[in-house]
Design a protein around this ligand. Structure first.
Ligand code: URP
Ligand code: ZN
Length: 458
C-alpha cells in the first residue's frame, strides 16, 4: 500500500494541541485529511486501509530537535548514519529529526549545508531538517546567513566549548546580530571551554585518567557561567536564544533569572539528564565511557530540579543530542586519558518510551505532545505543519500503545551502536504504528523498510 491509499486510524485517542478526543484520523496522501471526533461513517471506509487503534494514543509524529547523524569529529564518524539513525528514530515513534549541519573551520556555510544534504538525501526513514552550526565566523560567513534562511534554515548553533568549534563572545554577539532581521534563533552549547580545558589538564595531572574525570572537569558551574553569558548576549542584542541540553540546577537558575528579566529563551533538556546520574562514570571495565557526553550526567539533585522544571512547564522540549560512538573501537581509544573519549551517546530511538515511562504517574498525553512534538515544532518554525494532528498537517503520525511492556536493550535496538545507556530499562508503552508522509515506516518497534523521509525546509 502506498502513501496514496487513504488510511484511516479508527477509534484512537487523538492527541492534538486542542485537546484529546476519541475518534478517527484520516490520512490522504502525505497530509492529514481530517480528524473526526466520534468517528467517520462506515461507508467512508470502503477502499481505505483501516487500522484499529482502539486503546492507543494517536500523536502527531514525534520530533527530535537535537541529533548528530553521520558526523565527523576530526577523529571519528558517528556510529549512526542518516540511514540507520532515522530508521531507529522511526522505530521509536520519531518522524522528524533536526540535525546539526556543522561547518568546519575553512568551510563555507553553503558547503556545510550541501554536504549534509548529500549525506541525508534518499536514505532517510524519518524526515530531516537542519540547524546550521557555525564554527568559522568572518565577513563571508556573515554574508551567507541570509542564504541559509532562504534554504530553509531558521535556527543556528554556536559553541562556547570545543576548541575546533567554539566562537568567542564578540563573534557570538555578531551571529546574534546577523540573524536578528528574520527573528532567527541561536542555540548555544553552554559550557565554558577555557575552564574545561584547564580542569581537564588538572585532572590528568592528578592522575585521574578514567571516565570519572569527565564530570569532574565539566562541573555545573561551567555550564551555568556559560548560560549566564548567553543570557546577557541575548539581552544585549534582543535576539531569541535556545539553551540546548540543559543539565544542571545551577544552569536552570540562570535561565529562570533571565526569563524574569524578559530574555526570550527556550530550553531543551534530554532524557539522560532526567534519568541518569554521575555515578555511571564509575562503572567498571571502562564502561563509564558510555556516558561520556557533554555536558556530563549530573547529581541526583540536578535530576530532581530538571524533572520539577519539566512538570512545571519550564522546559520547551525534550530532545536527545543523539551522537553515537561505539564503545569498542571508538570510545575505548580514551583508555588512559578520558579527554580522548569521543563525546556523545545514543538515544534517538528510545526518547518517547523513556519519557512516557519515567513520567507515567506525573504527566499525561497532552504533556507528551508538548514535550516530544509540538514544542519542537513551535520553537523551530514547523508548527502546525508538524507537531499537530490536524487537517492539512503532514501525515506524520505515531500511534502509541501505552499497554505494551518491553525492555530496552542493545540486543533489540536499531541504533547502529554497540550499547545503549538505558540497558535493562523497563519501558511502558511503545510505538505501534508510525507513519511518515502517510507511509507506514514502523510497526511494533520494527521498521517496514520504507524510506520516505524528506528534507523539511523551515
Ligand atoms: O557530547 C556531546 N553532546 N556531543 C555532541 C556534540 C554536542 O555537544 O552537541
Ligand atoms: Zn549536540
Amino acid at each position: 500500500m502506498s502513501a496514496q491509499t487513504r488510511k484511516i486510524l479508527r477509534h484512537g485517542q487523538l492527541v492534538t494541541p486542542g485537546g484529546i478526543m476519541v475518534g478517527d484520523a484520516v490520512l490522504a496522501g502525505d497530509v492529514i485529511e481530517r480528524v473526526v471526533p466520534g468517528g467517520i461513517a462506515e461507508e467512508e471506509l470502503a477502499g481505505a486501509e483501516v487500522f484499529d487503534v482502539a486503546g492507543c494514543w494517536v500523536f502527531p509524529g514525534f520530533i527530535d530537535a537535537h541529533t548528530h547523524m553521520q558526523a565527523w569529529t576530526g577523529m571519528d564518524w558517528t556510529a549512526d548514519s542518516f540511514e540507520t539513525g532515522t530508521r531507529a528514530a522511526a522505530c521509536g515513534g520519531t518522524t522528524t529529526i533536526v540535525d546539526y549541519a556543522t561547518q568546519d573551520k575553512g568551510m563555507t556555510l553553503h558547503e556545510a549545508l550541501d554536504e549534509w544534504h548529500r549525506r541525508a538525501e534518499g536514505t532517510c526513514t524519518a524526515n530531516y531538517a537542519f540547524h546550521m552550526a557555525i564554527a568559522d565566523w568572518n565577513e563571508h560567513t556573515c554574508d551567507e546567513i541570509a542564504a541559509m534562511r532562504e534554504a530553509g534554515i531558521t535556527s543556528f548553533k554556536t559553541y562556547f566549548a570545543y576548541d575546533h568549534l567554539r566562537l568567542d563572545d564578540a563573534q557570538t554577539m555578531e551571529v546574534l546580530e546577523a540573524i536578528r532581521s528574520f527573528d532567527g534563533l541561536l542555540g548555544v552549547h553552554c559550557e565554558n571551554g577555557t575552564l574545561v580545558n584547564r580542569l581537564q589538564r588538572r585532572m590528568l595531572e592528578r592522575g585521574i585518567t578514567g571516565p570519572e574525570g569527565h564530570p569532574l572537569s565539566r562541573p555545573a558551574e561551567v555550564e551555568a557561567e556559560a548560560i549566564a553569558r548567553l543570557m546577557y548576549l541575548s539581552e544585549l542584542t534582543g535576539v531569541r536564544v535556545n539553551v540546548v541540553h540543559l543539565s544542571s540546577a545551577l544552569g536552570l537558575a540562570q535561565v529562570r533569572a533571565a526569563k524574569e528579566r524578559g530574555v526570550r529563551v527556550s530550553v531543551e533538556t534530554c532524557p539522560q539528564y532526567l534519568l541518569l546520574d554521575d555515578t555511571r562514570y564509575l562503572e567498571p571495565n571502562f564502561a563509564g565511557a558510555k556516558y561520556v557526553m557533554s555536558p556530563p550526567l549530573r547529581r541526583p539533585h540536578d535530576i530532581r530540579a530538571l524533572r520539577d522544571a519539566v512538570r512545571a512547564g519550564e522546559i520547551d522540549q525534550i530532545s536527545t543530542d543523539h551522537c553515537s560512538f561505539n564503545l569498542h573501537g571508538q570510545k575505548d581509544r580514551g583508555i588512559g586519558n578520558f579527554t580522548k573519549i569521543p563525546n556523545g551517546g545514543p538515544g534517538v530511538e528510545h526518547r518517547p518510551a523513556l519519557i512516557m515511562t519515567s513520567f507515567e504517574d506525573e504527566l499525561g498525553p497532552m504533556d507528551y505532545l508538548h514535550l516530544l512534538s509540538e514544542g519542537q515544532a513551535r520553537v523551530f518554525n514547523m508548527f502546525p505543519r508538524k507537531g499537530a494532528l490536524a487537517a492539512g498537517s503532514d501525515a506524520d503520525v505515531c500511534v502509541w500503545d501505552p499497554s505494551v511492556r518491553w525492555t530496552i536493550s542493545e540486543s533489540n535496538q536499531h541504533q547502529a551502536v554497540d550499547y545503549t545507556i538505558y540497558e535493562g530499562f523497563e519501558a511502558h508503552g511503545r510505538a505501534k504504528l508510525v507513519f511518515v508522509g502517510g507511509e507506514l515506516v514502523a510497526r511494533d518497534g520494527e521498521p517496514t523498510g520504507s524510506m520516505p523521509g524528506r528534507y523539511v525546509a523551515r
